[in-house]
Design a binder for this molecule. Structure first.
Ligand code: NAD
Length: 356
C-alpha cells in the first residue's frame, strides 16, 4: 500500500510512520506543515528509506494537496495533522478552527476529487482514516462523585459528543465532517477516538515530558488544581499498531475507540515519574519535593476512560505495554535524548504556562 499520512512529523504521526516503515512493506507519503509541533528529527531513523517521502504541505492548501495526490497516488489516507494542545486552544483557538476544521474539510475534498477518478476496484479498496480523540465525548463521572464502581461508565463508540474545550470542539467538528463525507458522498471513511498517549518524541508542553524535563532541571512540577483529573494512558507505539490495524482491516463506516485500560490521576502520574527518576538519577531529596499546585485549567474535564472492547473483539488488538513498563521506557528515552528535547524547544517554547 501507499499510505498518505498527515501530521507524520508530530508525536503520534511519527510513531505511525516509524511503525509502517519498520514493520511492513508499505510506502509512506508524510504530509506535514511543520508547525512548532512537527519535527523531522523524530523521523531520523526512517527518513533514508526509499519507501518514505516527505512533503511539506499545509492541509488547508487545496492546490498543493491536489498536486500531492496526483503525484503519489495513495491507496489510503491516515489523517493525524492537527493542533493538539488544549492549553494552546484556550489561549488562541484560531489555529485549531483553521487546521482541525477547515484543514480536515480541505483534505476531505481533495481526497474525494482524487477518489472519484479511481477505478471501481481501487475506489472500493481506498480508505480515509480519521484519527481523533476521546475528548470529543466530554468528561465522565469521577470516583469522587460516584457512589459505587458500577456508576463509573466508560466511553463507547456510541457515547454522545459533548466537547468542552476549543480543541475538543474542533476535533468533534472534524469527526462530523468525516461522517458526512461517508454518508453523502460514499467516501470510504473510518474514525478512531483514542485516549491520552505518552511515550518517546512527545513535545514537552504535554504533562509527562514536561514533568520529566522540569524535574531534571530542578524546576517546579506544576499540578493543575488538585491533580485528581483522571486520564486513560496509552503507550504511543501501541496506538500506532492499533491505527495500522484499523486502516488495513477495519470496516468502512465504523468508529473504533482505542484506550490503554490505565486510568490514573494526574498527581499519581507525576509521583510515579518522580519515583522512577529517584532510582535512575538519584539526588539528595526526592523529585516529588518539586511538585507545586497551580490554578486549574478553565473547563478542565475531570475523567476520561475508554472501553476498547470493539478493538479487541473485532480487530484482535490489545495494548502490549502496561503503564509501569511504558512509563519507565519513556523516562529512559528522555534521559537518553536530551538533544532532541533541546532542538524541538529552541526558539519556540520554554515550558511556560499556557491557557490560564
Ligand atoms: P502533535 O501536535 O504532536 O502533531 C501534529 C502534527 O500535525 C505536527 O507534525 C504538525 O506540524 C502537523 N500539522 C499541524 N497543522 C498542520 C497543517 N495545517 N497542515 C499540515 N500539518 C499540520 O499531535 P499528536 O499528539 O501527534 O496528535 C496527532 C493526532 O492524534 C491529532 O489529530 C490529535 O487530535 C489525535 N490524538 C492525540 C492524542 C494525544 O494524546 N496526543 C490522543 C488522541 C488523539
Amino acid at each position: 500500500m501507499k499510505i498518505l499520512v498527515t501530521g507524520g512529523a508530530g508525536f503520534i504521526g511519527s510513531a505511525v510512520v516509524r511503525h509502517i516503515i519498520n514493520n511492513t512493506q508499505d510506502r509512506v507519503i508524510n504530509v506535514d506543515k511543520l508547525t512548532y509541533a512537527g519535527n523531522l528529527e523524530s523521523l531520523a531513523s526512517v527518513d533514508k528509506n526509499e519507501r518514505y517521502v516527505f512533503e511539506q504541505v499545509d492541509i488547508c492548501d487545496r492546490v498543493e494537496l491536489d498536486r500531492v495526490f496526483a503525484q503519489h497516488q495513495p491507496d489510503a489516507v491516515m489523517h493525524l495533522a492537527a493542533e493538539s494542545h488544549v492549553d494552546r486552544s484556550i489561549t488562541g483557538p484560531s489555529d485549531f478552527i483553521q487546521t482541525n476544521i477547515v484543514g480536515t474539510y480541505t483534505l476531505l475534498e481533495a481526497t474525494r476529487a482524487y477518489w472519484n477518478e479511481l477505478s471501481a476496484e481501487a475506489k472500493k479498496d481506498f480508505r480515509f482514516h480519521h484519527i481523533s480523540t476521546d475528548e470529543v465525548y466530554g468528561d465522565l463521572p469521577h470516583p469522587d462523585e460516584a457512589a459505587s464502581e458500577t456508576e463509573l461508565p466508560l466511553f463507547t463508540e456510541t457515547t454522545s459528543y459533548a466537547p468542552s474545550s476549543p480543541y475538543s470542539a474542533s476535533k468533534a467538528s472534524s469527526d462530523h465532517l468525516v461522517r458526512a463525507w461517508l454518508r453523502t458522498y460514499g467516501l470510504p471513511t473510518i474514525v478512531t477516538n483514542c485516549s491520552n498517549n505518552y511515550g518517546p518524541y512527545h513535545f514537552p508542553e504535554k504533562l509527562i515530558p514536561l514533568v520529566i524535563l522540569n524535574a531534571l532541571e530542578g524546576k517546579s512540577l506544576p499540578i493543575y488544581g488538585k491533580g485528581d483529573q483522571i486520564r486513560d494512558w496509552l503507550y504511543v507505539e501501541d496506538h500506532a499498531r492499533a491505527l495500522y490495524k484499523v486502516v488495513t482491516t477495519g470496516k468502512v463506516g465504523e468508529t473504533y475507540n482505542i484506550g490503554g485500560h490505565n486510568e490514573k490521576q494526574n498527581l499519581e502520574v507525576v509521583k510515579t515519574i518522580c519515583s522512577i527518576l529517584d532510582v535512575l538519577v538519584p539526588k539528595e531529596t526526592s523529585y516529588a519535593k518539586q511538585i507545586t499546585y497551580v490554578t486549574d485549567r478553565p473547563g478542565h474535564d475531570r475523567r476520561y476512560a475508554i472501553d476498547s472492547t470493539k478493538m479487541s473483539q473485532e480487530l484482535n488488538w490489545q495494548p502490549e505495554e502496561t503503564f509501569e513498563t511504558g512509563l519507565r521506557k519513556t523516562v529512559e528515552w528522555y534521559l537518553a535524548n536530551q538533544e532532541w528535547c533541546q532542538h524541538v524547544q529552541d526558539g519556540t517554547y520554554q515550558r511556560e504556562r499556557l491557557g490560564i
